[in-house]
Design a protein around this ligand. Structure first.
Ligand SMILES: Cc1cc2nc3c(=O)[nH]c(=O)nc-3n(C[C@H](O)[C@H](O)[C@H](O)COP(=O)(O)OP(=O)(O)OC[C@H]3O[C@@H](n4cnc5c(N)ncnc54)[C@H](O)[C@@H]3O)c2cc1C
Length: 438
C-alpha cells in the first residue's frame, strides 16, 4: 500500500485515506467528522500536504484532460494530472508549461495550491499568474468557478491556499508556445556571492530561465561560489518542428541510505568536484528540456538518500537590499558543515503573485536540503529562521516543517483575511502548527 507522506520524510502522519473517485462526486470524507485535506503527489517537503489524525483525499483518479485548444494553448484538465502528463500531451503539439517547478511529478492541483515558481519567475511570475480559472468543490457540496473576475476572492485565496479552501477539481491554464523541445543553455562559474548577484542582474535582462547551484560549504573569499545556469527555448525558423518529450531514466534508490553516507566530508568533496568539473569559465550547449528543468526526477525516490530520519528543505527569500542577511545565512550554513549538495540561489522578479499566501516576492531566494541530524539541525534551522525574520524576508510553506507560528504570521500578513475563505472542514498539520487553529 502506498505511503502518503511528504517528500522530506521527516514528519510522519497517520491518515484515513479516501481518494476522490470522480470529479462529479461529493467530497470524499465529508460525511465523517475528521478534517480533510487534498493530496497531490506529496512533493511538498514538510507538513503542508499532511493531515495527521485526519483524512487525506488523494487526487490520482482526477487524471482526465478536458479540453486543449492547440491554436491558443489554452488547456483544461482535472487537478490530479501531473505536470509530466501535461508535458506529454502539450510538447509534441508545440506548447510548454508557462512556469514549472524543479519536478514534473507534481500535480496541477498541487502547483496551484502552492502557487509554485520556476526558473523564469523574473519574466513570468508564479504558476498562478497563468491559471485562467478552476472549479473549487467545498465541503457543503457547493462548486465555485473561480477566476480573476468570478469569485475572485476565492481565486486569490485558493492560489497558494495550501489546499485549505476546498478541493480544486479541474483548472484551465494558458500554456506557452515553443518550437522545439530544446533549451540553449549557458553554465558560468562564479567565485563568490558578489559575482552571483552581478551575473543575476545581467542575465535576468536577456535570459528567460536563470538559476544557480551554490557550494554551501565554501567559505571566506569563496563564500557563495557556484555555477550559474541560464537558458532559453531553442527556436527553429519556419514550420514548427515536432517537439518530443523524453522518458525519464528509471533509476531508483532501492533503500534508505545509511546516515554516514552524507556527512560534511562527502558533501565537501562532491561540491569541490562539481564546482571544478567545468574547465571553462563559461560553457554553452543545447540540451533537451527534461535534464534542464528536472535533473532530480531522473532518480526516483532520491529522497531516500537522506536515510530513515528524513531531511529538511529550507527555502527563504531575502529582499535585494538585504545582501548582508544572505551573506550571514551562507556563513552560518558553511560554518555548521550541515548543508547538502542540493543548494540553489535564484533572483525573483517583481511581479505580484495572485495568491493571498503566495511565497514569491522580489529578492533572492535560497533553497537547500539538510539531512535530519536531530537537535543540531533544529538549532541551525532556528538560527536561519531568525535571520530571515530580522531581514523582513519569508520562508516557503511548501518546503517547511518547523517554522514558528508567529513567524509565519509575520511573513504572510494576509493570513487573517485568508481565514475567511477556509473551508470549515479542511485543515492540515502545517495549518494547525502555524495558525494555532485546531
Ligand atoms: C525535486 C523537487 C523540486 C521542486 N522544485 C520546486 C520549485 O522549483 N518551485 C516550487 O515552487 N516548488 C518546488 N517544489 C515543491 C513542489 O513543486 C510543490 O510542493 C508542489 O505543490 C507539489 O505538488 P503535489 O501535487 O505533489 O502536491 P502535494 O505536495 O501533495 O500537496 C501540496 C499542497 O497542495 C494541496 N493540493 C493538492 N492537490 C490539490 C487539489 N486538487 N485541490 C486543492 N489543493 C490541493 C495539498 O493539500 C497541499 O496543501 C519541488 C519539489 C521537489 C520534490
Amino acid at each position: 500500500m502506498r505511503d502518503y507522506q511528504s517528500w522530506g520524510r521527516y514528519r510522519h502522519a497517520e491518515h484515513v485515506v479516501l481518494p476522490q473517485r470522480w470529479r462529479f462526486d461529493e467530497l470524499a470524507g465529508v460525511s465523517g467528522k475528521q478534517s480533510i485535506l487534498p493530496y497531490g503527489k506529496g512533493r511538498s517537503y514538510g507538513d503542508s500536504c499532511l493531515n495527521d489524525g485526519g483524512i487525506i483525499v488523494p487526487t490520482e483518479n482526477l487524471d482526465h484532460f478536458l479540453h486543449f485548444d492547440t491554436g491558443t494553448g489554452v488547456l483544461s484538465c482535472e487537478s490530479g494530472v501531473t505536470l509530466a502528463q501535461l508535458l506529454e500531451l502539450a510538447v509534441p503539439r508545440g506548447w510548454f508549461l508557462p512556469v514549472t517547478p524543479g519536478t514534473k511529478f507534481a500535480t496541477l492541483g498541487g502547483a496551484i495550491a502552492n502557487d509554485v515558481h520556476g526558473k523564469n519567475h523574473h519574466v513570468a511570475g508564479t504558476f498562478g499568474c497563468h491559471v485562467r480559472k478552476f472549479e473549487l468543490l467545498r465541503s457543503d457540496g457547493s462548486r465555485l468557478i473561480c477566476s480573476a473576475t468570478e469569485n475572485s476572492d476565492y481565486y486569490q485565496a485558493s492560489i497558494g491556499g495550501l489546499g485549505l479552501t476546498g478541493l480544486i477539481t479541474w483548472a484551465e491554464i494558458q500554456l506557452k508556445k515553443i518550437s522545439t523541445a530544446f533549451i540553449e543553455r549557458e553554465a558560468i562559474i562564479f567565485s563568490n556571492l558578489k559575482e552571483f548577484l552581478a551575473l543575476s542582474l545581467e542575465s535576468d535582462r536577456n535570459w528567460e530561465y536563470t538559476v544557480a547551484w551554490v557550494d554551501c560549504l565554501s567559505a571566506g573569499k569563496s563564500l557563495g561560489r557556484g555555477i550559474y545556469y541560464r537558458g532559453r527555448h531553442h527556436e527553429e525558423q519556419g514550420e514548427a518542428r515536432a517537439c518530443e518529450t523524453r522518458k525519464t531514466a528509471n533509476l531508483k534508490i532501492p533503500f534508505d541510505a545509511p546516515s554516514f553516507l552524507l556527512n560534511t566530508a562527502t558533501v565537501k568533496s562532491f561540491n569541490a568536484f562539481y564546482y571544478h568539473k567545468q574547465l571553462k569559465k563559461c560553457s554553452s550547449s543545447k540540451i533537451h528540456y527534461d535534464p534542464f528543468f528536472y535533473p532530480l526526477d531522473g532518480i526516483h525516490e532520491w529522497n531516500r538518500l537522506y536515510g530513515k530520519q528524513g531531511f529538511f528543505q529550507f527555502q527563504c527569500v531575502i529582499a535585494d537590499d538585504k545582501e548582508g542577511a544572505l551573506e550571514e545565512l551562507l556563513k552560518r550554513i558553511s560554518k555548521s558543515g550541515q548543508g547538502s549538495f542540493l543548494s540553489v540561489l535564484k533572483r525573483f522578479g517583481n511581479s505580484t503573485s495572485p495568491g493571498m499566501l503566495s511565497f514569491p516576492r522580489t529578492g533572492i531566494t535560497l533553497a537547500l536540503d539538510f539531512a535530519n541530524k536531530g537537535q543540531k539541525t533544529m538549532r541551525l534551522l532556528d538560527e536561519l529562521e531568525q535571520i530571515v525574520v530580522e531581514a523582513g524576508g519569508a520562508i516557503y510553506p511548501a518546503k517547511d516543517a518547523i517554522m514558528k507560528a508567529r513567524h509565519f504570521q509575520q511573513f504572510y500578513p494576509k493570513w487573517k483575511d485568508f481565514c475567511e475563505y477556509l473551508d470549515p472542514r479542511f485543515s492540515s498539520s502545517f495549518w494547525r502548527r502555524v495558525s494555532g487553529q485546531s
